[in-house]
Design a protein around this ligand. Structure first.
Ligand code: ADP
Ligand code: MG
Length: 265
């Protein structure tokens, strides 16, 4: 009891940023996909990103765990700051392999298409990164993996291969895999978009539970009701720029955001 009280006072009462992006820009060739995005995710809170297809949501998320490297700007993850610049040859400088690996362990991602390794069992998928990236023993990784599989309701399928699972089950395993790294920030890129409608709720239920636990999360979603319900902060991304951000009810009321949502209504 004491520890959960401590956790909640630690997570909700402080304004410490788990992650802070500062004027991130990203080009793919001539195309400027992120045009100076600044975004802060406070420890213990949930931020959802909404926006049209092609507005740069996935790119922004991928920059947050350095699957993509921003061209310019700053990114602070926990207590580590990375400044992105290019040398005269155009190479991005300021990040070595060790730093990259350390930062990726702090920010883990759940993808739309689950991306489980097909040749590994459920448990094999979950223990791989804790062993390889964090150097945990197999025994410790298994204990941790089983704990998180339990958390997402998949412990009884630990020796199954992904192909034998439904989409919703695969996504829950992917969530356990991301949790097993015990990250500071969890990223979700449209985690329910590839699911059959009857499977959506089982995954949203897991994410809602993680929000209730005070996990720090950044989520791209088209599930507007869900975003409104779980988010402390909502960000509307429009053509590589944040057009509106703040408490969900304010952002949904913003005329630019209303215009974006109107066709779907
Ligand atoms: P969203 O997730 O909001 O749909 P994305 O971040 O996936 O948007 O894409 C934003 C823009 O960047 C799109 O025009 C897309 O085609 C382009 N893009 C994304 N990834 C790449 C890439 N690896 N190479 C070239 N263009 C890309
Ligand atoms: Mg996307």
């Amino acid at each position: 009891m004491t520890s959960s009280l401590e956790r909640s006072s630690h997570t909700r009462a402080t304004t410490a940023a788990a992650v802070k992006a500062d004027h991130l820009t990203k080009h793919f060739g001539e195309l400027e996909v992120l045009k100076g995005v600044s975004l802060e995710v406070t420890e213990g809170t949930v931020t959802s990103i909404i926006g049209a297809s092609g507005s740069g949501k996935s790119t922004l998320l991928r920059c947050m765990n350095l699957l993509e490297r921003p061209d310019q700007g700053k990114l602070r993850i926990a207590d580590e700051t990375i400044r992105f610049t290019r040398n005269p040859q155009g190479d991005i400088i300021g990040l070595d392999r060790h730093q990259l690996q350390r930062l990726r362990a702090k920010v883990t991602m759940v993808f739309q298409q689950f991306n489980l390794w097909p040749h590994l069992t459920v448990l094999g998928n979950v223990i791989e990164a804790p062993m390889r990236v964090k150097g945990l023993s197999r025994k410790r990784a298994i204990a941790l993996g089983k704990h998180y599989l339990e958390r997402v309701g998949m412990a009884d399928r630990h020796d199954a291969y992904p192909a034998f699972l439904s989409g919703g089950q695969q996504q829950r395993v992917a969530i356990a895999r991301a949790l097993a790294m015990e990250p500071r920030l969890l990223l979700f890129d449209e985690p329910t978009s590839a699911l059959d409608p009857e499977r959506v709720n089982e995954v949203l239920g897991v994410i809602r539970g993680l929000a209730d636990e005070g996990r720090t999360m950044l989520l791209v979603t088209h599930e507007m009701h869900f975003a409104r319900e779980v988010s402390d902060q909502l960000v509307y991304l429009d053509q590589g720029r944040i057009a509106a951000s703040g408490p969900p009810e304010d952002v949904f009321d913003d005329p630019r955001c209303r215009q974006f949502m109107a066709p779907a209504a």
